[in-house]
Design a protein around this ligand. Structure first.
Ligand code: MSP
Length: 653
């Protein structure tokens, strides 16, 4: 995915923005998704040593905001002040690290809007005319007859669009069709992802009409400087926030320092405003265009569009209250391919929490600290230059960088998790406890240090997506650099030196039991979920089992086998269908290891099976044998390791 290198990148400066939110209701998970992903980008840029300016804000001059204030019998400005606090509280809960927060009722914004509108007017791009047509108040957009479905806006079918007939000022958008097309063609990275770029190119090719940029007879808005009886249309007003926040119309030196923006992060529904209307306004005002606009996809809730009125809205504070902000941030970034649509369900969320955090990353950190304490009094000395994990970490860093630079955030985080996966596998294979038993002190030192270093590198890479957890893990593995001072170039690399003081702590993410209730529908259900028990109790000591004779043991035919194929069993969370070579035949074995291994990780692996088990049907698939695996307490099953040089068919005894 080649991206345009921006001028700012080369200057080691990056100006990043999100859409500014309408404040007629609180943030929902969809709006929060945008802010979280932008925050991941901002934090990644900072981690990369780039001076970053991350802007967010509120869009206040909407008629819906005005109406909501009146419904609450509040002065609109006072209502917006109150909503600002609500938004800021949610963004703080989600650990969003914005550098500036702009409101469109601020004087600096008004100055910028009036300056830019005047520039367009002076250029001859704003003229007076008569507007007649439909207007959707929820979209705050004029609609053409062809855009309506059964006379309703498809995005807001509960609302009847208003027929508007008024004197308006128009912006000559049509004049910019050719320059915009040229800009798109000369800058393939201007709009990402590719499918949205193609969509916008088609729209440009089909022609552009002038747009209304004022509303007559309204009080809530910024007066047009050349016709103060009219207020500026809310979109023309809102887009200018990006320039206003860095000083356009109020601090020209600062504006020169930060403009143009490097990246606007916006939802797919508003990419047209950002890649057609906004650049045309900038061209008209003689200002540089942003380097890139990224149109992210939609997050649904249980397959449905999030909507307050339909009761399908989800409050991000409720989700963050479940396990804290980091598991939510991870879920949204890792589960949704950035640019595409995604879905949130409580079931899926808890499942991913258990798999990625409780069983994988959390388990790795706990195992490391427990082993470090038990075998080396929590002090690990460097030994060796790093073996397999060092190679995995190096490859992961490179994949991480390429993915994050290309805004494939989901692939970036997956790269960091490759290190975590490999760390757990490495522990299973090297079995430090048996090294300790056998007195192989040198190898044990190497193994423990290697695991600690792998955890450290993974935590550095995970810093943008899980800031607080990453800081906690880094502290536990003895990283002394303050989290804000971490640099990918230096700290994301394998470090084969430095004694590590490993700290023990409470389990980072205690596993939650599978929920049995179904049909949870939102925040009202939270209380019930809080009752789900957390598996933190040690299991009761089992009674001493009766001993068996060697003959009894020999009845169990344990054999080495090789995995030829692996695939998920449809509709099963736990089962994988394996085709294995047993030396004597090829057969199907169904194994309950899907939460711990991806099918592709298994192909080619040498495993141990019970070869003489009676066949059994699992989820409709006949299994002819059993794969041997062991689970740490509360953790996922890990395959029993066997030297891969042993050929299939060899008996294990
Ligand atoms: N105020 C305008 C943006 C002006 S930018 C100059 C607006 N506000 S909004 O509150 O409706 O939406 C804010 C952002 O959240 C938009 O980028 C929008 O696409 C995004 N999302 C709204 N619902 C969403 C989902 N369900 N999923 C993902 N993003 C969503 O539009």
């Amino acid at each position: 995915m080649a991206e345009v290198a921006t001028v700012r990148d080369s200057l080691m400066r990056f100006y990043l923005t999100t859409a500014i939110d309408y404040v007629n209701s609180r943030p929902h998970l969809g709006t929060a998704y945008e802010k979280i992903t932008a925050d991941v980008i901002a934090r990644y840029k900072r981690l990369s040593g780039i001076e970053t300016h991350f802007l967010m804000g509120n869009d206040e001059h909407s008629q819906n905001v005005y109406k909501r204030a009146l419904e609450r019998k509040m002065d609109p400005r006072a209502y917006c002040d109150q909503m600002e606090q609500e938004f800021r509280t949610v963004w703080t809960q989600l650990d969003i690290s914005f550098d500036d927060f702009i409101r469109t009722t601020e004087p600096r914004h008004k100055a910028a809007v009036q300056k830019l509108a005047q520039r367009c007017f002076d250029k001859g791009d704003i003229y007076e005319g008569q507007y007649e047509g439909w207007y959707c108040v929820s979209c705050e957009a004029f609609k053409q007859e062809k855009d309506l479905v059964d006379g309703k806006c498809p995005l807001h079918p509960a609302l009847t669009p208003e027929w508007i007939r008024e004197k308006n000022y128009f912006f000559r958008l049509s004049r910019y069709r050719e320059p915009l097309l040229e800009h798109f063609k000369a800058n393939p990275g201007f709009l990402r992802p590719e499918n949205r770029r193609n969509e916008m190119l088609r729209l440009l090719e089909s022609g552009l009409e002038d747009i209304s940029v004022s509303r007559a007879g309204q009080l809530w808005g910024i007066p047009l400087p050349f016709a103060p009886d009219n207020v500026v249309y809310v979109w023309f007003d809102a887009l200018i926030n990006y320039a206003a926040a860095v000083g356009y119309g109020s601090d020209e030196a600062r504006f020169a320092q930060w403009w143009p923006a490097d990246l606007h992060i916006v939802g797919k529904d508003i990419t047209r405003f950002h890649t057609v209307v906004w650049p045309a306004m900038l061209m008209s005002a003689g200002l540089a265009l942003p380097a890139q606009v990224f149109g992210h996809g939609w997050v649904n809730f249980g397959g449905q569009r999030m909507s307050k009125s339909l009761g399908t809205s989800l409050d991000p504070s409720d989700v963050a209250a479940r396990f804290g902000p980091d598991p939510l941030r991870l879920y949204l970034v890792k589960e949704i391919s950035y640019g595409g649509d995604g879905d949130f369900t409580w079931e899926r969320y808890e499942e991913r929490y258990n798999v990625d955090l409780a069983n994988n990353l959390g388990n790795l950190v706990s195992r490391l600290s427990a082993m470090a304490e038990k075998f080396r009094a929590s002090r690990l000395s460097p030994a060796g230059s790093g073996g397999r994990l060092a190679q995995v970490a190096e490859a992961a860093l490179s994949r991480y960088r390429t993915s994050m630079d290309a805004l494939a955030l989901h692939e970036g985080v997956a790269a960091a998790f490759q290190i975590v996966d490999a760390g757990n596998e490495f522990i299973a294979e090297t079995a430090p406890w048996s090294l300790a038993k056998k007195g192989e002190a040198g190898r044990l030192d190497e193994v423990l240090f290697e695991v600690a270093e792998a955890v450290r590198v993974a935590a550095v890479l995970l810093r943008p997506v899980m800031p607080a957890s990453s800081a906690e893990i880094l502290q536990r593995v003895g990283e002394s650099t303050a989290p804000e001072a971490l640099r990918l170039d230096r700290d994301g690399r394998w470090r084969a030196e430095g004694v590590r003081q490993i700290a023990k702590g409470a389990a980072l993410w205690p596993r939650v039991e599978e929920a049995t209730e179904t049909g949870r529908a939102g925040s009202a259900e939270r209380t019930r979920r809080e009752e789900i028990t957390v598996e933190d109790k040690p299991a009761a000591a089992p009674a001493e089992p009766a001993r068996i004779t060697i003959d009894e043991f020999m009845k169990v035919e344990l054999r080495v086998a090789k995995v030829l194929e692996a695939e998920a069993v449809p509709k099963s969370k736990k089962l994988l269908k394996l085709t294995v070579d047993t030396g004597a035949d090829q057969r199907t074995i169904v194994a309950g290891i899907a939460e711990a291994y991806q099918p592709e990780q298994l192909v080619g692996r040498t495993i141990v099976i019970v070869a003489n088990l009676q066949p059994a049907k699992l989820m409709g698939v006949e299994s002819n044998g059993m794969v041997l695996a062991a689970s740490p307490e509360g953790g996922l099953p890990m395959l029993v390791a066997v030297d891969p040089s042993i050929p299939p068919g060899a008996r294990v005894r």
